[in-house]
Design a protein around this ligand. Structure first.
Ligand code: PA5
Length: 427
């Protein structure tokens, strides 16, 4: 399944420090399992895997396939937990240059009028054969009232009504069972609706219709994804040592003054997955003056921007590498021309082996630069292991944040910017 190697970071801790943090993490796991921790009414993301709803997964698969084969553009309109999970999985598993299936575009994740304007122009531009693009819109908002999403939905809804006779059939809503302005709109217009269970918070909702519908539309098997998560749930219910040790490590490093965790990968497909982890951990642990600030870097790209700081700057960093052990596509360095580029020593080598050596070299150098390093290993980049990785980080988040003595499942601080914004907007 998913493996975590914490040995390179563990050496920065004394046995006493680690053992103390381990006892806190063990208690965190128990609180999660027994539902005795803070915010235990938000544990629906575990129930989802304990009692899988295969009918719902089958229904979403069927709808996803229908849209996959009929739409040119599928727009996911949502912010935070209402889009990051879908984007993480799609970017990890959908080939970047395929013409298979609709383009998946995102909106509602900011309030840039320029972006929306360009999006409308693009949607209105005909296809190469002169015909109109077929557009399907999925608005996703648990509260049904988030400003970024609601504003974009208004713009896109108007576009859909102006362009298509079957407008109402092109709009799919994912939201709470009841309550919220979006539910009023759905009742009025009769849009197709999927429910976000009330006991699952936004950042834990990727394995609900929030993430599953867009992922299925992208042509990815949500059955395999879900099954991967269920398998890892079972594995970790049996023995969660890997999670407890990882949570203990983060707890002890936090106490020793580590303030930043850089999530990175040498596989660019996993950059958006890092963003999903960033939100999952960030909104869960960053409270009461505590937490390790999660951030994301893509390697080797960002070694040419952040590498200097990581190697040599303020020593307050933890670095977490998402490592893919086996890569399916093998491209080798070509030979046969007089290239004159000095790369003869690499001729015939696969890009995977070159990338892996760059990864090992970076880990070695950063370790020597006194950066604690964790490596998280996926056997391969597949729906099954991405599903497993999703649950791995969900449970790690719960256990680690409990070990800090914080409620992982609320986000009171997010309300402050909204209050100030709405006051300035005159709401
Ligand atoms: O994790 C969370 O709860 C948040 O990030 C929400 O997902 C985000 O604020 C969007 O909220 P909503 O789905 O209500 O529009």
């Amino acid at each position: 399944m998913i493996k975590a190697d914490i040995s390179r970071a563990r050496k920065f801790l004394t046995d006493q420090e680690f053992i103390y943090a381990h006892s806190l993490a063990t208690k965190g796991l128990e609180d999660l399992r027994q539902r005795t921790g803070l915010g235990s009414e938000w544990l629906g993301w575990r129930d989802l895997l304990e009692k899988p709803n295969s009918d719902l997964v089958a229904r979403l698969t069927k709808l996803g396939k229908k849209i996959h084969s009929s739409a040119d553009v599928f727009i996911v309109c949502g912010i935070g937990g209402s889009y990051l999970g879908a984007k993480a999985v799609i970017d990890a598993l959908k080939p970047p240059f395929t013409s298979n299936g609709p383009e998946i575009l995102f909106a509602g994740h900011h309030m840039s009028g320029a972006y929306l304007n360009d999006l409308l122009l693009y949607l209105k531009t005909s296809k190469a054969d002169g015909s109109r693009k077929s557009v399907v819109l999925n608005v996703i908002s648990k509260s049904g009232s988030t400003l970024e999403t609601a504003l974009s939905f208004r713009v896109l809804r108007k576009f859909i009504y102006e362009e298509f006779d079957d407008a109402a059939e092109r709009i799919i809503c994912t939201t709470n069972e009841r309550g919220g302005l979006l539910n009023d709109v759905i009742d009025e217009a009769g849009y197709q609706k999927f429910i976000i269970p009330s006991d699952i918070g936004g950042r834990f909702s990727v394995l609900t219709p929030v993430g599953l519908l867009p992922i299925a539309v992208a042509g990815i098997s949500i059955e395999e994804l879900f099954e991967g998560a269920v398998s890892n749930y079972k594995v970790l219910e049996e023995n969660a040592d890997v999670v407890v040790e990882y949570a203990a490590l983060r707890n002890a490093l936090h106490n020793k003054g580590i303030t930043i965790d850089i999530f990175t990968s040498f596989e660019p497909e996993l950059l958006s997955f890092g963003k999903w982890i960033q939100q999952l951990l960030g909104e869960s642990e960053g409270k009461d003056g505590k937490g390790i600030f999660p951030t994301v870097a893509g390697f080797s790209t960002d070694l040419h921007s952040l590498g200097q700081f990581i190697q040599d700057g303020t020593r307050s960093l933890l670095e977490t590498f998402l490592v893919v052990d086996q890569v399916a596509t093998q491209l080798s360095v070509p030979s046969g021309l007089d290239f004159g580029d000095g790369l003869e020593y690499l001729e015939g080598d696969s890009f995977h082996s070159i990338n892996s050596k760059a990864e090992s070299g970076t880990i070695e150098a950063h370790s020597e630069g006194q950066v604690p390093i964790v490596t998280i290993h996926l056997p391969e980049l597949s729906a099954k292991y991405i599903g497993a990785l999703i649950y791995f980080y969900e449970v790690l988040t719960g256990v680690f944040v409990y070990s800090l003595g914080i409620n992982p499942f609320n986000q009171p601080g997010v309300e402050d910017y909204k209050k100030a914004m709405f006051r300035l907007l005159g709401k």
